[in-house]
Design a protein around this ligand. Structure first.
Ligand code: G3P
Length: 227
């Protein structure tokens, strides 16, 4: 399962790349403008931090298919490395995804709320679909169930599209979509850090160290024990 950062904050991306097995970065217009930096230099800075191999997802802003296609081509020409263009799953977006597929440009269909949204995007040629788990939950839906059903539809109809689940507000939601078989999750930096936090982990580590130092003396790590 891919682990992807849903942020354009350079400091956060740098830190998470150092500690976690990160596969890429997703952005959207709201995430970009939050950094209050020029659009293209920011994306190029992200590219320089994550390297050429990790995937960088960038969303179009246009509403009609032809302009979406032009924006997608601009993004792919401007950025090096693995780029995936995010396209909202509107009628115009589906048309743009079909066109971009025919021109060999990789797409992720975003703003996915139902399994049928995902089916249409996959059939149009999207490489990824991004169901908005928390937003679905907030509409009294079941985000994890939508992921399960998308995967079921893709399997039954032999659609090779991948589910990159997005929009999370807690670890439980990530747990649930992981069990549902999502091919990847993209989450905000603070939530990715929360994946490894648990009060018992810190407590257990401190107990192990206390027992060890009681026996071998303080600061006696493996490297300098002679006994
Ligand atoms: O790109 C979609 C994702 O960033 C939405 O997340 O937390 O705004 O629902 P959120």
């Amino acid at each position: 399962m891919q682990l992807i950062i849903d942020s354009a904050n350079i400091n956060s991306i740098n830190k998470l790349i150092e500690f976690f097995p990160i596969d890429g970065v997703t952005t959207n217009p709201s995430i970009i403008v939050k950094e209050q930096k020029p659009f293209l230099p920011l994306l190029k800075e992200i590219r320089s931090v994550i390297g050429e191999e990790r995937e960088l997802f960038v969303q179009v802003i246009a509403k009609n298919a032809n302009e979406m296609v032009e924006e997608a081509k601009f993004i792919c020409e401007a950025l090096s490395g693995n780029v995936v263009v995010k396209v909202p799953v509107t009628m115009e977006g589906i048309k743009a995804i079909k066109q971009l597929k025919s021109e060999g440009i990789r797409t992720l269909a975003t703003t996915i709320y139902t399994p049928i949204n995902a089916y249409l995007a996959a059939k149009a040629g999207a490489e990824y679909v991004a169901p908005y788990v928390n937003r679905i939950d907030n509409l009294t839906g079941d985000g994890a169930k939508v992921v399960t059903e998308i995967i079921e539809i893709f399997s039954r109809h032999h659609l090779s599209c991948k589910v990159l689940a997005a929009s999370f507000k807690n670890v439980q939601q990530i747990h649930n979509v992981s069990l549902a078989g999502a091919h990847g999750i993209t989450a905000a930096p603070e939530l990715i850090e929360a994946l490894v936090e648990h009060p018992s982990i810190k407590e257990n580590v401190e107990k192990f160290r206390k027992d060890w130092f009681n026996q071998y003396g303080n600061e006696s790590l493996f490297l300098n024990i002679t006994r």
